[in-house]
Each structure stands twice: as C-alpha cells, then as structure tokens.
Design a protein around this ligand. Sequence first.
Ligand SMILES: NC(=O)C1=CN([C@@H]2O[C@H](COP(=O)(O)OP(=O)(O)OC[C@H]3O[C@@H](n4cnc5c(N)ncnc54)[C@H](O)[C@@H]3O)[C@@H](O)[C@H]2O)[C@@H](O)CC1
Ligand SMILES: Nc1ncnc2c1ncn2[C@@H]1O[C@H](COP(=O)(O)OP(=O)(O)O)[C@@H](O)[C@H]1O
Ligand SMILES: [K+]
Length: 486
Amino acid sequence: MWTAFTSDQVRQAEHALMALVPDGELMQRAAAGLAAVCARLLPGVYGSRVVLLVGGGDNGGDTLYAGARLAARGARVEAVLAGSRTHEGGLEALKRAGGRVIEAGEVGAPDLILDGLLGIGGKGGLREPYATLARIAAESGALVVAVDVPSGVDSSTGEVAGEAVKAQVTVTFGARKAGLLVDPGAERAGIVELVDIGLTAHLPEPEITALTAADVAGLLPVPGIESDKYRRGVVGVLAGSDRFAGAAVLAVGGAVRAGAGMVRFAGPEDAVHQVRARWPEAVTTLLKEDPVEEVGRVQAWVLGPGMGTDERARRIAAEVLGTDLPVIVDADALTIVSKNPKLLHRQAPTLITPHAGELGRLLGVDPKDIEARRIEHVRRAVEELQVTVLLKGSTTVVAEQGRPVRVNTTGTSWLATAGTGDVLSGISGTLLAAGLAPYDAGSVAAFLHGLAARKAAEGAPIAALDVAVSLPDVIRHLRTAANMDA
Ligand SMILES: NC(=O)C1=CN([C@@H]2O[C@H](COP(=O)(O)OP(=O)(O)OC[C@H]3O[C@@H](n4cnc5c(N)ncnc54)[C@H](O)[C@@H]3O)[C@@H](O)[C@H]2O)[C@@H](O)CC1
Ligand SMILES: Nc1ncnc2c1ncn2[C@@H]1O[C@H](COP(=O)(O)OP(=O)(O)O)[C@@H](O)[C@H]1O
Ligand SMILES: [K+]
C-alpha cells in the first residue's frame, strides 16, 4: 500500500525527527538522495550541464546541496537565485564544489533543471519571478526534476492555482505528499521517486493511500474448490434504455469479464437483444412494468448506465435502493438520486460512481471546483451523502467515512471516451457481488479498469468495450506477478 500525507503531517513528523538528529542532517539526507536520482537520470554526470532554480526556503537549500554533489562529480552546475534570500550553507557548498550563479536569461538548454523554487511551504499560484522561471524550464527542453514537490502544486491537495512547474520526475523526501498523487498536481509531478530520510516511524495515519498491484492481487476474489456460480457472486445489471442500449452491453461486459459467477441483466427490449447478442452468458429479463424482484436473486446491483431518468427508471431506482442489497449507483441513477437524495438513505452497502459533473449536481458545486480539489469534495460527498463515493476523472478517488481516501494510480487519458464509465460500474458490481466492501470494490475496480485501458490502448485510441475485453489478461498478469497459483 502506498501512503501519502499532507504538508502539515509531514512537517510534524519532520519536527519529531529533527529533535533526534544533528542540525542540517535531514537536508543532507534529502540532498544526497536527490543527487543520486539525478545521477541515474543523466546519461553521465561528468560534463553534463545542470541548472538549479533556487527559491528562498529550505527547498532551495536541498537543491543547492544536491547541485554541489553533482558539481563535485564533474557536472557544470549553475544556479538561478530567485528568492529574496538564499540558503547560505547551500550556496557556499555549491560554490566550493565549482558551481556558479547565473541570471534567469542564461538558463538556455541544459541537460537537467532542478526545480527547487518551492517545497511544502508553497502557497497558491507562483508569484514572480518564480512563474517566469517555471515557463523558462518548460521551454528549455531540459529534463525537469522537481525537488520534493513541483513548485506551484499544493502539496496537500494537488491544486494548481495558476502557474506551476511541470516535471518529468519528482524526487520527494521522507513521505509521498498527497498532492503528488492527485490531479492536477499528479500530472505536474510525473514519476515520483521517494527518498528515505528516516521519517517513516514518525508519520501519522495517512490521509491518502493507493493500492499497489500486490494489494489488488490479494484483494481479488478467485474461485476455490467449493465455488459455484452462485457462491462466486451473482450481479444484477439494470441498465440501458431504448435510446442507450449500448450502455447495457458495456456494463454487462465489465461485469462478465471481471469474473462474475453470473450476470443477470434486465432492461428494455432492444437492450436485452443487444446484451444477448454480445454476451450470451448473461441471463436476461425483459423488464417492462414488472417489479425488479422478478429478475431473480442477486448479491449486488449495478443501477443506472443508460437507463434514462423517466418514470420507469425512477420506479426501478426506488425499488432497488429500497432493498437491503449492495448497490452501485451510476450515471442516470445519479441524476435520479440528485433529485431525490432520500433514496440514498439506506443501511446496505452503497457505492456511488459520479464524474465531476454528476457529483457537482449532487453537492450543488461547480464541477471545475471538484476537479481542482478532488479530495476535499469526495470527502464532503461522503459526509453529506453517507455512502461510499468513487469520483471518476483523470485521477479517480474512492472515499468512505473514517478511511483514508484511496487514489487510483493506473488511469490513462485514453479512458476519456464514451462508455468506459459503464464498464467500470460493471466491474465494481462484480466485485461487490463477490463480497468485497464498497471501498475495496471501488478501488480495485478502478485499478483494474485503468490497467485494462492501458493494456488495450498501448498508446493508441480504444473503444470502451476493449477495456472490458482486456480485463482477464490484466488479472492474469497481476496474479502471476504476485506469484499466485492458477
Ligand atoms: N523541514 C525539514 O526537516 C526538511 C525540509 N526539507 C525541505 O524543505 C522544504 C520546505 O521548506 P520551507 O518550509 O523553507 O518552504 P519552501 O522552501 O517551500 O519555501 C517557502 C517560502 O516560499 C515563499 N512562497 C510561498 N508560496 C509562494 C508562491 N506561491 N510564490 C512565491 N513564493 C512563495 C514564502 O515566502 C515561503 O516562506 C521541503 O519541501 C523540503 O524540500 C528537506 O530538506 C528535508 C528536511
Ligand atoms: N483524462 C482522463 N484520464 C484518465 N481517466 C479518465 C480521464 N477522463 C475520463 N477518465 C475515466 O474514464 C471513465 C469515463 O466514465 P464516464 O465519465 O462515466 O463516461 P461514460 O458515461 O461515457 O462511460 C471514468 O472511469 C474516468 O475515470
Ligand atoms: K520544488
């Protein structure tokens, strides 16, 4: 499990650790780790040109000491001093090692730029001259490595309020900062390398966690000798309308290919035909005015993809949410519950899977604000709605009362195509029917969904159904990598 922390949590842990080690020791550990990563990234340290963008705080200090280490190994290291003050010890060390100070106009096109403008002390959008330096870095063509945090990214939330550095790699010290895992910050951070400075024992409960491949392999339900199709989990899918029959095919596809014991599908005529044609293994029921009960026994429901918001859909939603079975509430069902929030007042496990627009309607908030500060809003949704919430988007996050927010790390922007959300609700439904709690079902589903999309895409466009089709390959790979028996 990965863990990530707010800047306050990191500062508290650093204070506790600082009391136990000599002055300046942590900065030396950070600088040594940073220089080692830079040395690995450069084709060769000797003779390479490295530019340091140095802010006035300790982030600048780390950067100067790391620059000194690279200079000592033969790199040509130059520093732009951008703060109203400069870490004295760091600057002395750099000069002693042969580094020199340059003006912003002399940055040019170095091999490597180290962004040491702001660390966890940064607040709000970059002010000048930092903003100009962020632009110079972006235009230089150099490999940009952010020190601790890309400057301009809020290290606790991932918010970017204005200009920010965009790094290919972020070398972060002691603990992952929450803002490095959540967009828009995650996109600015690139690959995150964690340097151990001895902080771990002092860290509190994390605000944020992320499942690793091994965690997912451990959580995935697999059939055993006692299994039959009912015990593995029967998932019921209530999706599709005369207008949107495809959503039914996609949600059923996600459920089938994620490994359901059985998928029961119920919907209008065209949807039933299309589901049967694509997924003959699904058991289908034509649902007109009959109660949903007629569909048969299921262990969890997927409610909403493409089902419309008319009177018929509202009646189905009310009936299903009135049962004591676990339910995934997605797409049109979210529109229905946003008009009648009481439908979510239920005891049984409930996972809602909105994108920012849908959550915006549920909370009465502008979707742009949700995308800017996902963690805050997903927590607020949990608080107000008292259900488990999976917020979709460029970073998918899953939240539940009293638990850290789980951030998904596998997504790809190729997923931004119609219908992939329907596949996700099918996967989540299968996992819920297999007995996973909503928090695990949602976060494992998002992990598999992201990996399946990457596998299907491999750098090219995908259709939503490709994501469903790739699921077994992804599950096989995860289990093999975790050394699990066939
Ligand atoms: N505290 C510790 O024990 C350690 C800290 N380390 C480093 O120290 C960093 C934190 O250092 P500081 O607390 O000095 O903070 P920063 O180096 O992040 O700088 C904060 C200063 O930048 C200015 N500033 C804030 N927001 C700005 C904006 N938007 N535009 C322009 N200027 C802005 C403010 O004047 C503030 O004083 C960490 O990120 C890490 O790199 C590491 O050396 C490891 C150990
Ligand atoms: N830029 C992006 N990067 C990564 N994943 C994305 C991005 N945009 C959308 N997604 C993912 O694609 C899926 C889209 O779902 P949704 O918005 O419900 O669309 P639809 O209703 O068409 O299926 C979600 O899983 C979401 O997290
Ligand atoms: K930085």
